[in-house]
Every structure is written in structure tokens, then in C-alpha cells.
Design a protein around this ligand. Structure first.
Ligand SMILES: [Zn+2]
Length: 342
């Protein structure tokens, strides 16, 4: 097979995403300006039953902060961010609650942002990643569920249980820790992993050292990701990443016979699951072909001519949307020579 799908979009080696639980308006004070300056999209985890409300939840450190409403969330969507469902109530979700906490909440958020919500994010702790909840998440059409387990996400795994790295000043006892801006980066580079950071609303000083980092620590993390990652890191909205991952896992490639008199190579793609029409189905392909074709290659995906890049000798790369039945053709470009065969 000379056509392969890259683990991550654009052929990037590893992926970095960052999530902010509770979708607070106060993100505009110290977090969003850094995202805007550096061009890194973020992702907020919204509590569907609290849209536009002043937070008042038990003993929460964030009581008095403001949960974004529809216009605040739409503003983030316009900046390239994504919105996840952080449940309806932020309470422990029992088997009888999944309809409201995952189903109604998804619908409410989608109405608010006029875009699909494809990630569920467990509120509180991993008790809200219980089997009955993940089963409901699948049936309501989520593509993944985010936990608070600090681990890397690997492209070879299913990734319905997504791990997140807490970007906090320090962890809870008994595992005391010091803030580490390099956390999981070397591992991500080595294993082609996907880091999803999580915090709430970084301020000059963290509201609570076990729940957040400071603005300076957030900036240090971004600078470290960009410095270590260079051109090899894909800084992405996690919705885009999970959509890529799902499309890649659903896609299989069948070689097609070469037509008589032609040298070109062709392939048909099959998608085992048809994605929601609102989701991105882009895939990045590496095409190993003849060295002679790499100078002026003709790569067509569904008859649309691509502009591939040469990533190493004999290997071309391009990114394009796919569907079930997509045809990829690869060959040398034939120049118009005024009727003379070349
Ligand atoms: Zn929360």
C-alpha cells in the first residue's frame, strides 16, 4: 500500500489542546489574550444548566464568577474554540439522570452555539466517567469523554476515555507536586501523543492551588509547548482532533486497478461509520510514489487537484475532506504541449 493516513492532521508528530472547565467569562481577563496572541485555540466545558448564570455551587472556589451565556460561547466559536458538555447540573450523575445531564444538555448547548457538541467532560471527578455514563455518551452521539486522569492520549487507541493533564499550581495530597511546564511533552513527542491540559480560569494568583494555575504559569506552558514542539506540534481545538481521530479509525483503503494505458495509481476509501454531516472529515495522507513523479505530481481526491508537499524522498503529503467512496488518484502531471505527446 502506497497510501497511508497520518496519525494526526497535517502529519504533525504530536498534539496539544487545552480545556477550561466551567466556561467562565473571566477567561477574558488573563487566558484568552494569550490564546489570541499565540494563535492557539482553546475549549471550554460548559455547564448547560448554568448558561449566563453567576456561579453558586456548594462551596465552589468559583462562586461569584460568571458562566458564559450563548453570546459568550458563540464569540469563542468564532475565535476557533470548541465547547464541550460539562453536564447539566455539575452533580453526580446516576443512571436515571443521563437523559438530562448528557442528552438535554448536549441539545441545549448545540442550540446555544449553533454548532455540534462532540465531547462530554466529566464534572467533579472520574465517578462521572462510570460505565452507565459512557454508554449514554455513545448513544447520544458524543465522540469522546474527558476525564481527569493525567495521562497521554495515543493515536492507536480508541480514545473514548480521554485523559487530561491538570495544569495546576500543585496537586492534592498525598501526591504533592510542583508546577511543571514540560509535563508529558517528551512522552507526547516519543509516542505521537495528544496532551489535553485542563484548568479553570487562570488569574494573576490562582483561585485555589489545587484547581488552577496562574496566568504566568499558563503562558509558560504555551511558550514551552511552542518551543519544544516547533513545527511538529498540532495546537488544536480538541473537537477537531477527535473528529480527525474518528474519521481515521473509520477509514479503510482499497487499491483500484490501473486503467489500461495509464501509469497512475488509484485508491478507494471506505468509511465504516458515516459521520454526522456537521463534523469535519479531513484526513492527511502520505503517498509513497516514484521519485520521478515527485517533481510535478498530479494528486486528485474526488477529482479535486491537490497541492501536495514533499516530506521526504518519494513521499508526498496532502490533507483533504473525504467521504465513503472517495477516490484518490496519483500520477505524473501531463503538460499541455500543444497537441504533441510528451
Ligand atoms: Zn467542573
Amino acid at each position: 500500500m502506497n497510501l497511508t493516513i497520518c496519525p494526526w492532521k497535517y502529519g504533525k508528530r504530536w498534539v496539544y489542546s487545552v480545556t477550561y472547565d466551567e466556561a467562565l467569562e473571566e477567561l477574558h481577563r488573563f487566558a484568552i489574550p494569550h490564546h489570541e496572541e499565540l494563535g492557539i485555540p482553546g475549549h471550554v466545558e460548559a455547564v448547560a444548566g448554568h448558561l449566563g448564570a453567576v456561579r453558586q455551587l456548594g462551596q465552589s472556589s468559583y462562586n461569584g464568577f460568571h458562566h458564559m451565556g450563548p453570546s459568550g460561547l458563540q464569540d469563542l466559536i468564532a475565535r476557533g474554540w470548541g465547547v464541550g458538555n460539562h453536564s447539566w447540573s455539575h452533580e453526580l450523575i446516576g443512571p436515571d439522570d443521563v437523559g438530562r445531564e448528557l442528552g438535554d444538555a448536549k441539545k441545549t448547548l448545540e442550540d446555544a452555539i449553533q454548532a455540534p457538541v462532540c465531547l462530554y467532560c466529566a464534572p467533579g471527578n472520574n465517578y462521572n466517567m462510570a460505565d452507565h455514563i459512557l454508554e449514554a455518551a455513545r448513544s447520544f452521539g458524543y465522540l469522546g469523554a474527558m476525564s481527569i486522569t493525567d495521562a497521554l492520549n495515543r493515536p492507536t487507541e480508541e480514545l473514548f476515555w480521554l485523559n487530561r493533564t491538570a495544569l495546576h499550581v500543585e496537586y492534592y495530597e498525598p501526591f504533592f507536586s510542583e508546577y511543571d511546564p514540560f509535563r508529558n511533552i517528551r512522552y507526547a513527542q516519543e509516542r505521537s501523543g495528544w496532551i489535553i491540559d485542563y484548568c479553570h480560569c487562570p488569574l494573576k494568583e490562582a483561585v485555589h492551588p489545587h484547581k488552577d494555575c496562574t496566568e504566568a504559569q499558563l503562558r509558560l506552558r504555551f511558550d514551552t509547548v511552542l518551543g519544544e514542539g516547533g513545527d511538529e506540534v498540532w495546537c488544536a481545538n480538541p473537537d477537531e482532533v477527535i473528529q480527525y481521530h474518528r474519521t481515521r479509525r473509520a477509514c479503510s483503503i482499497d487499491p483500484l486497478p490501473t486503467p489500461d494505458g495509464s501509469e497512475e495509481e488509484a485508491y478507494r476509501l471506505r468509511l465504516a461509520e458515516l459521520p454526522d454531516g456537521r463534523m469535519c472529515t479531513d484526513l492527511t495522507f502520505d503517498i509513497t510514489t516514484r521519485a520521478a513523479w515527485c517533481a510535478e505530481p498530479l494528486v486528485c481526491i474526488d477529482d479535486v487537484e491537490q497541492v501536495p508537499s514533499l516530506v521526504r524522498p518519494r513521499t508526498l503529503r496532502c490533507t483533504a475532506p473525504v467521504r465513503d467512496g472517495t477516490v484518490v488518484r496519483v500520477g505524473p502531471r501531463r503538460r499541455n504541449t500543444g497537441g504533441k505527446a510528451q
